[in-house]
Design a protein around this ligand. Sequence first.
Ligand SMILES: [Zn+2]
Length: 109
Amino acid sequence: MANRWGIPKEVENHVKTRDTCCVYCRTKFKSDNGSRSAKPSWEHIVNDIRLNGTNNIALCCISCNASKGSKLLEDWLKSNYCIKKDINKNSVACVVKNAISDPPKLDEK
Ligand SMILES: [Zn+2]
């Protein structure tokens, strides 16, 4: 069973428990109807929708998601948005650090 983003339910549940704040800027998510920016959105760390394991699926805030768009993670980290918000390889969540040092790949079969 997968949700409408093609993310398996067990991955969705795992990530929701793990990522309680934006994996990039570390903004804490709010479950109430607070500010729009504190709402989580689904993120593929490596922009490949076929990579939908817990090592590539994460939750980030709407502003980070909008800013990152389809950019490569490494390129996006050099953008003005990241510089302004102090988002870098050392400040991001573990799952993102891992994706930088050991990018998720499709199983070669
Ligand atoms: Zn963010």
